[in-house]
Design a protein around this ligand. Structure first.
Ligand SMILES: [Zn+2]
Length: 630
């Protein structure tokens, strides 16, 4: 339909990825955090991959069945708008087929996520990608046939009982009718999805297969590779010299390949610009806003609020510099804990107990029992193993489960990540259980809200329960870095992304130098002179995979603001907050994103929602300074 809402989004729930530190192979209370061989991990902490398909034969049978059924869509070509009954039948068939595709796609990819070299997963994921692309091409006529109907006919169809279950879906299709092309053009565009993914695939292969990342000597005197998956762990190391060596070694390697990075991301941005033009949008940013039906003012408030509060960003840097006791903050000092020993460690079992208590007390039994079911039924893959992908996510389909992917590291950050990702899984379950298939998928604009609110509330819940001075410092430090990483930095990224897209729209060249210039300029605007400059800073954009998802990062920031506003309702003791929160999650994608948030009691068009985050950023800094006696 539009460049940022590809058909794929209506197929299955999105992948919620967070770039998080891959943990060091250390242990807390005897817990093994890293396994050379996956088979050694105790089974209750590993995924049950048989929940979608009992075995490979079952996967193959489901694949073959779907492949054979795809041509059935063809009988609706040129007939979708014939009558309410044919439209309902065409939609039903489209959603029935796409529903079958989701588990095949997820299951194939899960295998590679657990073990990059898994030959079955690699082969299946290649085939299922082709099948997805074929499905998108073959279903491409349906939406334009709906969108191109005359207005009076639309009004009549809207009242038809057969189409009642699809009303929101149809309203959204009709809303975008000026940005919908003919069935033929839509089919050509759908056919370009698979080759269009080449930019990101190249980026992934470059990072994870082709580049020989440098080896340095780690804190234990052992050789360690500073790969993208391990970079975060080095940036969090309390050994400053190690951080510096790791940062410089990694960024130098990025610099060696800067032209390939620039060509890869640059051509992806050119594709965004081209798609926005094809869909008759004045700019790629307007295309992105239109997909979520969010007014531009929300984005404008986001930018102006951060700019107006640059003193708080710089004040935070100064505070960190003082607590860390360094003369100048260097690029490798941005992610380290303010506690010399990194703070309290948690085993997964301890974290689980805390999280369960928090969920039960804060959101109630319905939430907690879904979480318990997730663990009991092995939806959670806890520990790292050789060949397992880094980071954490929640991913699933309407049929469920909504799997959680972790790389447990024993830090407070990991506990918080567990709470965050479980928020997504519970959201998925509640939306699936309360909405029909086509209304369940959550728009990316609201996808992070429930999880961010729950993570923020969890930090506060922990803070209320501890008298230990060190732990209080750790929790405040974590709350502040969350605002910096999930709100401020994402707005920074968004601004970079918007300016680089604008450059492409003006016909300027996207090179490592021109993209780097914008990056450095923004660093100055945000940080003033509170950070030391390093020439390799200009290439930091090359490290952010989210730039391959068209205008995605700003949704982290709006989600964060909405999540904070929800959390503020809980903090103020609002008795209906928990019920509204649960009802909001149950809505899924059955109404427009801003209306989902309204159900949670949050009005995103009110600028004070966004300003409140920066106010809290300032307040937490004062609290942290007090804890450190400053
Ligand atoms: Zn998330």
């Amino acid at each position: 339909m539009s460049p940022v809402k590809p058909l794929r989004q209506i197929l299955f729930s999105s992948l919620f990825a967070l770039a998080l530190p891959l943990s060091a192979p250390a242990s807390a209370a005897g817990e093994v955090l890293y396994y050379e061989d996956r088979a050694q991990i105790p089974e209750p902490y590993t995924w049950d991959l048989g929940l979608y398909f009992a075995d490979e034969q079952a996967w193959e049978a489901a694949f073959a069945e779907l492949e054979a059924e795809l041509p059935q869509l063809e009988k609706y070509r040129d007939r979708v708008a014939e009558s309410p009954a044919t439209m309902a039948a065409a939609l039903e068939e489209q959603f029935r087929l796409s529903r079958k595709l989701g588990p095949l796609y997820i299951n194939a990819n899960q295998k590679i996520h657990l073990l990059r070299s898994d030959p079955v997963g690699a082969e299946q994921s290649g085939r299922v990608n082709s099948l997805l692309s074929r499905f998108q091409r073959e279903a491409a006529f349906i939406q334009p046939e709906i969108a191109l109907m005359p207005q009076d006919k639309v009004a009549a169809f809207r009242k038809a009982p057969e189409l009642k279950p699809y009303r929101h879906y149809l309203d959204n299709v009709w809303r975008l009718r000026e940005h919908t092309r003919s069935p033929e053009v839509e089919q050509v565009i759908a056919g370009s999805t698979l080759p269009g993914a080449g930019h990101f695939n190249t980026y992934e292969e470059l990072n994870h297969a082709d580049i020989a990342w440098p080896t340095i000597v780690d804190e234990n005197g052992e050789p360690a590779v500073v790969s993208p998956g391990q970079f975060a762990r080095f940036r969090a190391s309390t050994d400053r010299d190690l951080r510096k060596r790791a940062w410089e070694a990694h960024m130098q390697k990025v610099a060696d390949f800067q032209n390939t990075y620039a060509a890869t991301l640059g051509s992806k941005i050119q594709r965004d610009v081209w798609l926005a033009q094809v869909y008759r949008y004045p700019s790629s940013i307007e295309a992105a806003l239109s997909a979520s039906n969010v007014p531009p003012e929300v984005m404008e408030t986001l930018l102006s609020t951060v700019h107006d509060n640059a003193d708080k960003i710089q004040g935070y840097n100064v505070l960190r510099r003082e607590i860390l006791g360094v003369e100048t903050l260097q690029p490798w000092d941005s992610q380290v804990s303010l506690l010399p020993d990194g703070g309290r460690k948690y085993t997964f079992a301890e974290a689980w107990e805390l999280a369960m208590q928090f969920w039960r007390e804060t959101f109630g039994d319905e939430f907690a029992s879904i979480a318990q079911q997730a663990l009991d039924n092995r939806w959670v893959d806890v520990y790292s193993n050789e060949g397992k992908r880094g980071g954490a996510y929640s991913w699933g389909t309407y049929q469920q489960p909504y799997y959680l992917f972790l790389n447990w590291g024993g830090e407070f950050e990991d506990v918080s990540t567990l709470v965050h990702e479980m928020g997504h899984s519970v959201h998925g379950v509640l939306a699936s259980n309360n909405q029909s298939y086509h209304d369940a998928p959550v728009d990316l604009f609201v996808a992070e809200v429930g999880s961010v609110a729950s993570e923020s509330l969890f930090g506060e819940w922990m803070l209320e329960r501890t008298k230990d001075k060190q732990e209080r410092k750790q929790l405040l430090d974590h709350a502040l870095s969350s605002i910096r990483n999930t709100f401020v930095t994402q707005i920074f990224f968004h601004e970079w992304e918007a300016r680089v897209h604008a450059m492409a729209e003006e016909g300027q060249a996207l090179t490592a130098a021109s993209m780097g210039e914008v990056y450095v300029d923004l660093l100055k605007t945000y940080n003033g002179d509170t950070y030391a400059r390093h020439e390799l800073d200009a290439l930091h954009w090359a490290r952010i995979p989210h730039f391959f998802r068209n205008f995605y990062v700003w949704k982290y920031a709006t989600s964060f603001a909405a999540g904070e506003a929800l959390a503020a309702r809980f903090r103020s003791g609002d008795k209906s907050a928990a019920e509204d929160y649960m009802n909001m999650l149950k809505l899924g994608g059955s109404v427009y994103p801003l209306d989902v948030l309204k159900a949670g009691g949050v009005d995103m068009t009110d600028p004070s929602v966004i300003r409140a985050v920066m106010d809290r950023f300032g307040l937490l800094q004062q609290q942290l300074a007090r804890e450190f006696g400053l």
